[in-house]
Design a protein around this ligand. Structure first.
Ligand code: ZN
Length: 484
């Protein structure tokens, strides 16, 4: 224990399983299949992630609310595509007490459109009620049939969902862009996860949406992981849920809607997967449960003095609001170094006789692992600086790994080759409308690659290219990857 020693890049799947155990992030032994217990070291970070995401949402004019976890079947069935898409995954509550049946069965929310929009129809009357921008932090429940994995895929997901109503289609489309901007501000800038937003093909949209845009990132094994998605719902829900307002022209109109869903537990899984290394976790400075770990190095003779000095150093940093701990366990310093590196603490502070004698502290960043000896008077400034350096380095390294992961393929053989190596293949496809679905299905069965869609950040036209599968003229460059 204390040490991880699994090659993060070469043996990612084993790395992920081991880090969850050794860093005590989750326990998969709970006796309901697909449900996982999340442990303090992970939850403290996820709480911080919630806070940063909610701050961003509130800065962009969203307000928090809490809606019930149960959704009556009658609400759930109002939007036809939605019900068709989600029914196979729904957990139903049918009785209470001693086999007493409910008059109407209740769904455990798999997502909250049909809970929230029922109420929106009571809240929206005139233009003064718009835009309505509300989010909730909640857990959602989906009966996943694929093998579950803590954080990445389970039957209980901890997330945030934002649900907005607007008077016009333009405002709704602008909201989709704002959702992408929030994703950049939080997920990339603060959580250090790079991604590309794709417009999903027609056959892979959120059930009930006009368009779905989803942020895809890449795990170290070259498989894609879907992170937040934002959906233009148009009036698909406002019509059946009867959410309308009296417009200036005296006409009653249905609102235009969007929804946005960052799944915190999944993003956490992506974050630790992408930022980790052979020694274990690496966490951004603002997200680490412990930002600085003090490792005292003492002999029987100077133990009390060294520990007292450690307390002093801890006090100085805590005064500034940092989370700092002293490891005064019986383990050797070497063991402690490994243990806290494995847990991803951004900065280690070594304190022994030299530091004690000179009124200094030795700082070691988790990223560079260089030792820097600073005077006590410079401690706070250096600690803050090193913290920022850790976060910036993690982001820069993740961004660098995210370059060169796109390769062109124009035949199925080339596509298989690219996918075997890992990453995105850019291929010409006849269509991302429903008439391209047959090609997509065939590509999937022959290569195990999923069509992730067309890039949102740039327009790419395959001039004169033919569909990689059917050979008809290609309308789009689409990106294909194997999915986590
Ligand atoms: Zn085709």
């Amino acid at each position: 224990m204390g040490k991880l020693n699994i090659k993060h890049d070469e043996n990612f799947s084993e790395w992920f399983t081991e880090i969850i155990k050794q860093a005590e992030l989750a326990d998969i032994r709970y006796n309901v299949k697909g449900f996982v217990v999340y442990r303090p070291w992970a939850v403290i970070t996820m709480e911080k992630m919630y806070m940063l995401y909610e701050t961003e949402l509130q800065n962009k004019g969203h307000l928090p609310a809490w809606f019930p976890i149960v959704i009556p079947e009658s609400n759930f069935k109002l939007e036809a595509e939605h019900v068709e898409g989600f029914t196979p995954e729904v957990f139903w509550i049918t009785e209470h007490g001693d086999n007493e049946k409910f008059e109407e069965k209740l769904a455990l929310r798999p997502t909250s459109e049909t809970a929230m929009y029922k109420m929106y129809s009571l809240w929206v009357h005139g233009k003064k009620d718009l835009p309505l921008k509300i989010y909730q932090r909640a857990s959602v429940y989906r009966y996943e049939t694929k093998a579950t994995r803590p954080f990445l895929r389970s039957r209980e997901i901890f997330w945030i969902e934002g649900h907005d109503c607007f008077a016009t289609e333009k405002e709704a489309r602008d909201q989709v862009r704002e959702d992408m901007e929030m994703t950049e501000n939080v997920m990339h800038k603060q959580f250090c996860i790079p991604f590309i937003f794709f417009q999903r093909p027609e056959w892979d949209k959120f059930p009930g949406a006009i368009h779905t845009y989803a942020a895809d990132t890449m795990l170290p094994d070259g498989k894609v992981l879907q992170l937040p998605s934002t959906h233009l719902l148009g009036q698909n829900f406002s019509k059946p849920f009867n959410i309308k307002f009296l417009d200036d022209d005296g006409q009653e109109k249905f609102v235009w809607q969007t929804c946005y869903g960052p799944a915190i537990s999944r993003i956490y899984g992506g974050m630790i997967a992408i930022l980790g290394d052979d020694k274990g976790l690496r966490l951004p400075f603002d997200l680490a449960p412990v930002q600085g770990i003090i490792v005292p190095i003492f002999t029987d003779k100077n133990k009390d003095e060294v520990l007292a000095y450690c307390e002093k150093v801890k006090g100085i940093l805590e005064m500034e609001g940092y989370k700092v701990m002293i490891d005064n366990s019986e383990n050797t310093p070497g063991f402690k170094f490994n243990e806290w590196e494995m847990k991803g603490v951004p900065i280690r502070l070594e304190i022994g006789q030299n530091e004690l004698g000179a009124d200094t502290v030795t700082l070691v960043a988790r990223t560079s692992r260089e030792k820097v000896n600073v005077e006590l008077s410079k401690l706070v400034e250096t600690f803050k600086h090193k913290g920022k350096e850790v976060t910036d380095t993690l982001r820069a390294q993740a961004d660098k790994n995210f370059e060169d992961i796109i390769h062109d393929a124009e035949t199925i053989e080339e596509l298989k080759d690219v996918l075997d190596k890992g990453g995105f293949a850019r291929v010409p496809l006849c269509s991302i409308d429903m008439d391209g679905k047959e090609c997509a299905d065939n590509i999937k069965s022959e290569t195990h690659g999923d069509i992730r869609g067309v890039r949102f950040d740039k327009i790419e036209t395959p001039e004169g290219k033919k569909c990689i599968y059917c050979g008809k003229p290609a309308k789009h460059y689409v990106y294909v990857a194997r999915q986590y």
